[in-house]
Write a protein that binds this ligand. Structure first.
Ligand SMILES: CNc1nccc(N2CC[C@H](NC(=O)Nc3ccc(CN4CCOCC4)c(C(F)(F)F)c3)C2)n1
Length: 412
């Protein structure tokens, strides 16, 4: 049978397009994390990819891990102007490495907001189109509406995961939802992310029900995060900024400081505000730590936004923000309902290019040249494997521990 024929396989592997033959990416690393690493690259003349910049993600570990399979399977199905699009998958047979090819996005909201925040600090305001926030919000909601209508939850929306195409792209100024994220184990809210990846995980975008032990992610959890991003676009500050203890050891989702910050902006939820609050797993901790919450009685989002930013509580912008940041998840709008809000219907209308043709003031991404990095010689990369292997061993043992825990819960 032909496919067993060694000669046939030799022919195949000789013909297989190698990613390093098609793209030049040495020393052009723009991102690294437990998920793998990302390079900015252009196709070599011999490649059959159209000219332009591409992002090449080298997936962590070797072979088709569960998270690699999930990412590839999902991305191949997802096709929307406001969701990052996977162009090609390369399987390097010798090193069993997996590479994903994307159209390159030069910017992201994390870097853009930091740019404006530091410009403000040294009083050199950078002019932005009046519909800048509205255009970005509209495209995030379009992308999330598409994901949610395909029953895909994002689970980790934050400014760093909202990419924006740069001036060299035919899609200049278009928002692309992405997930640069950590290697999550099971996408369950109870997995202590901080143990998986030393990179500090922020809870600033996590919905209150997650902090109170909700066991499953929902669409409403994504809409809460979008509300946090909207406030941050308006004020250049994370709305629920909360200092991060360096070594968070808790494996519990309950984070008292983060909840404290939310209450000092939003006020404390009354029975009327959030009927199901007492049914959440960590309600007991909440009462123990905060009592009836009357110390937050005079706080509200309206008070916070008008005092810290002179925003009127009757403006359509504020009304949409307060709908997205409803404490009770059942009261948050769906992505479609948010898109139908008056805010997007009135002047100035949202634009397809969020920069509205304005010059783009942000610099290009810096290249990371960490010293520990092995030259892209696959053989030498094997040496770096043991570290990741221990991460995989950790994940497997963690996986078994979690499965055991779930079985015990079912027994008890
Ligand atoms: C730096 N410049 C740059 N330009 C373009 C792309 C790009 N990259 C880097 C890696 C990232 N990879 C992804 O974004 N992958 C991805 C994986 C899954 C999903 C959807 N899941 C999110 C988690 O919950 C389940 C659904 C997505 C998506 F759809 F959210 F965009 C992207 C895309 N970088």
């Amino acid at each position: 049978r032909a496919w067993m024929d060694a000669d046939f396989r030799r022919q195949l592997s000789a013909r297989r397009e190698r990613v390093e033959d098609a793209f030049e990416f040495e020393g052009r690393k723009v991102g690294r994390g437990s998920y793998g690493q990302v390079f900015k690259t252009k196709p070599r003349s011999c490649a059959d990819a159209p000219a332009g910049d591409y992002a090449l993600k080298q997936i962590e570990g070797s072979g088709l891990s569960m998270s690699a399979c999930r990412e590839i399977a999902l991305l191949r199905e997802l096709k929307h102007p406001n969701v990052i699009s996977l162009k090609q998958v390369y399987l390097a047979h010798e090193t069993r490495q997996i590479w994903l090819l994307f159209d390159y996005a030069e910017h992201d909201l994390w870097r853009m907001i930091n740019f404006h925040a530091s410009a403000k600090k040294c009083n050199s305001q950078v002019s932005l189109p009046p519909n800048f926030t509205k255009s970005i919000m509209h495209q995030i909601l379009c992308g999330i509406h598409y994901l949610h209508s395909n029953w895909v939850l994002h689970r980790d929306l934050k400014p760093a995961n909202i990419l924006v195409m740069g001036t060299t792209s035919p899609e200049r100024g278009r928002v692309k939802i992405a997930d640069l994220g950590l290697a999550r184990l099971f996408h369950q809210p109870l997995t202590p992310l901080t143990e998986i990846d030393p990179v500090v995980v922020t809870f600033w975008y996590r919905a209150p029900e997650l902090l109170l032990g909700a066991r499953h992610y929902t669409k409403a959890i994504d809409l809460w995060a979008i509300g946090c991003i909207m406030a941050e676009l308006i004020t250049d500050k994370p709305l629920f900024y909360c200092k991060q203890e360096e070594d968070i050891k808790t494996s519990s989702p309950y984070n008292r400081d983060q909840l404290e910050r939310i209450f000092s902006v939003m006020g404390f939820p009354s029975q009327q505000d959030w009927r199901d609050l007492p049914h959440l797993p960590k309600y007991g901790d909440l009462v123990r730590n905060f009592g009836t919450g009357q110390q937050y009685a005079r706080f509200s989002l309206g008070r916070h936004m008008s005092r810290s930013f002179g925003m009127s509580e009757t403006s359509p912008e504020f009304r949409l923000l307060s709908r997205l940041l409803a404490m009770d998840p059942l009261r948050r709008p769906s992505a479609r309902e948010a898109l139908e809000d008056r805010y997007f219907l009135e002047e100035p209308r949202p634009a397809a290019d969020v920069f509205n043709g304005f010059d783009i003031p942000y610099g290009k991404r810096d290249f990371i040249s960490d010293s520990s990095d092995n030259k892209d010689d696959p053989a030498r990369q094997q040496q770096s494997q043991p570290v990741h292997a221990s991460l995989q061993q950790y994940q497997q043992s963690h996986q078994q521990a979690l499965l055991l825990q779930q079985q015990q819960q079912q027994l008890s």
